[in-house]
Design a protein around this ligand. Structure first.
Ligand SMILES: *Cc1c(COP(=O)(O)O)cnc(C)c1O
Length: 464
């Protein structure tokens, strides 16, 4: 499988090259040159596969022969062996044709574990083979950080630096990152918001001259293609368990960086019969405004009870726009260059195409808490605030009530207990393996919201 940049620059890259980087040199994101197609017959044969076996089938074509089957299978099996549910991604029924897909049974209690458990092992495998050591640099709104640290910390071939917005992640999220032991692990609390962290990371990737000559940066954010690829799997898994491919299924996806829902869009393009894809946002609703009214413009950041979606600019949206612009990198570059302060829109024909694939809704904190309370009362199921945004959006956009609707349940409620208590419910307990989280020692460094502060810190640590 070959990969190309959304901005049209550079040539084709291998999976390994794309894995070991972040943005393409022209500032674009990598996407497959061609998407593998799955036939109905194949999907029928996949119905009874375990999660790991299905993951193997779906991921394999994206990697081709760059990693042999035996090692790939081992990586995938190990990645999901520690999940605390035998189904890995269990479906729970909330009502008539209403489901949630629980994606929080991994070590750090959010769906980020699905991709980062595999990504950490893929990196370790490739770096060991190449006798190479790299620097992992990532920005987190809370969940990517701990999942990346958990997925990568056992590798002797990486130093990991994670930027989070100071005072803007939940206590549990911060503790999960800052209590990870290891002398190759660094947490930086940036005096800014998540978009600042994301911008700093992108700038560092663009000019890596601060690194020792033998080192390069690798991304763990969803700008890294491998994360998207791995997330495609659970769309197939859920749909095949709900009667697919004969039965269509819809998905509602709590969205921040557009990574998770983009994986759903790819699943549909690969052949999975998906009826609707619903972009569920909180008050930070740039994507909702675009889908509803063809207005793509930055608003002010509003902190919410669903902080992992407090994002102004969704980096993966560019991957979708690339398709919308007929895979014309030059056209997309021109569009992106016009972005910043200004409001952008696409042609009417393009916008109709967007609306043929996606619905959207924006859900505020008050309604989020109401949904948490309602769902608990009706079903006994406690959902986290991100999931609640998804469930509400699904109910608001339910144009096909005869089709099963699956909301991706992206985090365990104990990660966001302030929303749960605001909904009038008891604070949920953390799972057993995290019961002493609040007694563990934290390590992090507060840094200015400046590129110099971040690159200076990394440089100093690497010279020790
Ligand atoms: C990261 C995250 C999201 C948003 O996912 P994107 O891929 O950024 O759209 C939603 N919910 C939770 C709990 C998350 O951690």
């Amino acid at each position: 499988m070959k990969y190309i940049s959304t901005r049209g620059g550079g040539g084709e890259q291998s999976f390994e090259q794309v894995l070991l980087t972040g943005l393409a040199p022209d500032g674009g994101l990598y996407v497959p040159a061609e998407l593998p197609q799955v036939s109905l017959k194949q999907m029928q044969a996949w119905k009874r596969l375990s999660y790991a076996d299905l993951a193997m089938e779906i991921i394999k074509p994206f990697i081709g022969d760059e990693i042999d089957t035996t090692h790939l299978r081992q990586i995938i099996e190990e990645s999901y062996a520690d999940f605390d549910h035998p189904d890995v991604a269990p479906l729970t029924n909330l009502g008539e044709n209403e489901w949630i897909l629980e994606l929080y049974h991994g070590p750090t209690l959010a769906f980020k574990d699905f991709a980062l458990q595999v990504l950490g092992r893929l990196l370790d495998y490739v770096l060991t083979k190449n006798k190479q050591r790299v620097v992992i640099l990532g920005a987190t709104s809370g969940d990517t950080g701990s999942a990346a640290l958990e997925g990568c910390r056992h590798s002797d071939h990486v130093d990991i630096f994670i930027l989070h917005p100071h005072h803007r992640v939940s206590d549990v999220q911060r503790k999960q990152m800052t209590t990870v032991p290891g002398d190759n692990v660094y947490n930086l609390a940036v005096e800014g918001n998540f978009d600042d962290c994301q911008r700093l990371v992108k700038s560092a990737f663009a000019d890596q001259s601060f690194l020792p000559a033998s080192r390069q940066l690798v991304a763990v954010n969803s700008i890294n293609w491998a994360r998207i690829m791995i997330q495609i799997v659970y769309y197939f898994y859920a749909a095949l368990r709900l009667g697919g491919p004969e039965q269509k299924v819809s998905f509602s996806v709590p969205t921040g960086n557009f990574g998770d829902i983009y994986a759903g869009y790819l699943a549909q393009k690969m052949g999975l019969p998906i009826e609707r894809l619903i972009v569920a946002t909180n008050r930070n609703d740039i994507l909702h405004r675009f889908i509803r009214s063809n207005d793509y413009s930055i608003a002010d950041l509003a902190p919410t009870y669903s902080p992992s979606m407090d994002i102004l600019v969704s980096s993966n949206f560019e991957r979708y726009l690339f398709d919308l612009f007929g895979r014309d990198g030059a056209q997309l570059s021109a569009f992106m260059a016009g972005f910043g302060g200004k409001s952008l829109s696409v042609t009417d024909a393009q916008w109709q195409q967007v609306r043929a694939t996606f619905d959207s809704a924006s859900v505020d904190d008050t309604v989020t808490c109401e949904v948490i309370a309602d769902v608990y009362k009706a079903t006994g199921q406690l959902i986290d605030p991100h999931t609640a945004v998804g469930v509400k959006a699904a109910r608001m956009c339910n144009t096909h009530p005869e089709t099963p609707m699956v909301t991706l349940s992206t985090a365990h409620p104990a990660k966001f207990s302030n929303a749960i208590t605001a909904a009038g419910l008891d604070t949920p307990a953390l799972p057993e393996h995290l019961h002493d989280l609040f007694e563990r020692r934290e390590r992090f460094t507060v840094v200015d919201n400046s590129l110099k502060a971040v690159t200076g810190f990394i440089k100093k640590q690497l010279s020790h």
